[in-house]
Design a protein around this ligand. Sequence first.
Ligand code: ATP
Ligand code: MG
Length: 445
Amino acid sequence: MQLQPPRSVLEIAQKLDHSGHDVWAVGGAVRDALLGMPHVDWDLATSARPHEVQRLFRRTVPIGVEHGTVGVFGADGVLYEVTTFRRDVETTGRHAVVEFAHTIDEDLSRRDFTFNAIAWHPIHDEVRDPFNGLADLKAARLKTVGEPADRFAEDYLRVLRGLRFAGHFVLEAEPATWSALTAAVAHLDGLSAERVREELLKVLARTPHASAALMLYERSGALAQLYPELQQLAVLTVGDEPADPWRQTLAAVDAIPPTRPLLRLAALLHAVGMPAAASRDLRGGWRYTGHEVFGARKARDMMERLKASNADTDHVATLVAKQSDLFPPDAPDSGVRRWLLHVPPAFVPDLFRLRIALWRASPVERGDSDLAGRWRHVRRVMASRPPLSTGDLAIDGSDLKALGLPPGPRFGEILRDLLDIVIDDPSLNERPALLRLVREMTEEA
Ligand code: ATP
Ligand code: MG
């Protein structure tokens, strides 16, 4: 059953072992490696105390020494987490008080799910699987270590972790685990915004088929509890059928690679304005005119509730707001430049990626044509660095003053008129031409 961790993990383990400490590889890396899947974060658990680990290795980082975790740099330059065996003394549903333990078995028994409680000894090549996690993985079963209700009550984040693992590995929760999980959903409010947000981002960043976990969020009630704006979308129906927006939302998330979690989040939120904007059309279906405006506001509220950074909040809310705003396929260059006046170039690539994902999620209903061609067009226009603001003009206020014009709000108007002209014809953006235009404009007035 030889697993193949990076060389540095073996070297760190050997050093601990030679110094008389017990050491095991644990957590996601062991689980994924046993499944034959790659995993980057190899974590070690050891009987050595943090200060002993710090003494043994030359380059360490005190990641969380009070919780037992020391970062050790491998020869490959990667920081590996080495954590002293722990056991819980007290848990509150939000955080745990731990103390150091003596055996790997104690350490494994405080872990959340059976397949996350497997340890592998890198030197003796021994697998320790006291809760039959491997069998559960093979049977595609999600099962907590020990009594489900107790384990969720110790840390309600496990509810969300369970939904993510079940989605990622396509697992069915064992009945006792599922009923405890759905009962625990009511307590998710008590988790910190940061942990909830990071967990959602893990769904988006680690799981190619993220819709599976998101559907489980919905089925378990976690969506209603944490993200009521998405829940409203999920329950929109036409007749007895779910309306398209939620299905399309999930398909659009899946159509974006996990390497772009923020864009996936924008796709997840792109339709949150639809429930508020929904009105019946003549055939009994829904129409959602103007939903982008409601949606951008709701997306912003949600990002703020999750305590996301201002930059991430702006990015997501802007993409939601601008999602339907695209120049037509036959637009001239000047039309594309005019469009760039209200879609800042920094948003353009993600806006196109979002549009392409939405189109792939439902190619028939969206009348978009030639998105790739339009993206090439806007890239070509941006590459020519066209003037897009009055600051890009070849003249400024001091030139107007030199022409003898009295400073005041009129300056701004003149510069905006000039911008309007050079948007149509950027070749006019040079001093002589602009000064001539100013003279013509001010003589007329
Ligand atoms: P991934 O890295 O894909 O999220 P992982 O299983 O490696 O999966 P981590 O958050 O990196 O998850 O945690 C490493 C290990 O620590 C887990 O496998 C699990 O054994 C344990 N663990 C992490 N979070 C919890 C928790 N909230 N409750 C109990 N055990 C946990
Ligand atoms: Mg991990």
